[in-house]
Design a protein around this ligand. Structure first.
Ligand code: AMP
Length: 278
């Protein structure tokens, strides 16, 4: 695997690949890699000749400085994991190269209300940072396709929207959620959970599964989810929402495709998850 820490050397390599007709698949990450990330790499490998993974903890998407500081950074292990699946390229961008005009130079795109609920509402400024870093990364890597997890379903919808609005010449591919044996969605933040918390956190997915089985009104489903989660005093619900999978607005009687979304604190760690309904 080739490791690049500068934009110029990465671009030189990728231009040479493109010139020989190779396609480029891109997986942006914030590191502390797990099997969820590796599944994206493997999807990218199926659809592209060269797979690039970037590792960059993006400061502009953290609305809580303590969360940014505590975000796990495991560079050595990440490189080993990428080697283990024969990823072609790992890119560690620098803030200077990714934000040439500084980190307050953020993109202003009309996200059509996709950012008004859930993570957008509960983490002010988060999606502005996400959209900017992803656009800046796309400008550097110029991929043919980019792969994002449904674990961050709202983020995936927003990136699709950004690509549409800016008419970027690449395909966005959504990939399914990879889970631990107990159902907990894999996440870099899980590294911060104690063993007990990791097992307690499985209640998040169990609740989502239970909601899918309940054939009742959304109001009752929400109530059930809140009740279930309140059974563990170490879990504090941030939100539970049933939303339209396309618009991400709260579902109503006209919604065809619904999805349930949860954000909850397990101890000090904030986790998110979602599941398709009906
Ligand atoms: P992150 O490093 O958390 O920014 O995630 C990088 C990419 O991996 C994003 O597209 C995430 O949606 C995706 N991802 C994170 N966790 C999972 C998971 N458990 N299953 C599938 N994709 C995931």
């Amino acid at each position: 695997m080739q490791v690049f820490r500068s934009k110029d050397s990465l671009q030189q390599f990728l231009t040479a690949q493109r010139d020989t007709g190779k396609t480029i698949g891109f997986v942006p990450t914030m590191g502390a890699l797990h099997n969820g990330h590796l599944s994206l790499i493997q999807e990218a490998q199926k659809k592209s000749n060269i797979t690039v993974c970037s590792i960059y903890v993006n400061p502009t998407q953290f609305n809580d400085p303590a969360d940014l500081e505590k975000y796990p950074r495991t560079e050595e292990k990440d490189l080993q994991m990428l080697e283990s699946v024969s990823c072609d390229v790992c890119y560690f961008p620098t803030t200077e190269e990714l934000y040439p005009n500084g980190t307050s130079d953020l993109l202003n795109i009309d996200l059509g209300g996709l950012d008004s609920q859930m993570e957008g509402e509960h983490r002010p400024g988060h999606f502005k940072g996400v959209v900017t870093v992803v656009k800046n990364l796309f400008d550097v890597v110029k991929p043919d396709s980019a792969f994002f997890g449904e674990k961050d379903f709202q983020q995936l919808a927003i990136i699709r929207r950004m690509v549409e609005v800016l008419k970027l010449p690449l395909e966005i591919i959504g990939c399914s959620i990879i889970r631990e044996k107990n159902g907990l969605a894999m996440s870099s933040r899980n590294e911060r959970l104690s063993d007990t918390e990791r097992s307690e956190a499985s209640l998040i997915y169990k609740t989502l599964e239970e909601v899918t089985l309940q054939r009742s009104s959304d109001f009752e489903r929400k109530d059930l989810a809140k009740q279930r989660l309140s059974q563990n005093s170490n879990i504090v619900l941030d939100y539970f929402e049933i939303a339209d999978s396309k618009t991400l607005q709260p579902a109503d009687e006209n919604t065809i495709e619904k999805r349930a979304f949860i954000a909850a604190f397990v101890g000090e760690v904030r986790l998110i998850d979602n599941i398709a309904l009906d």
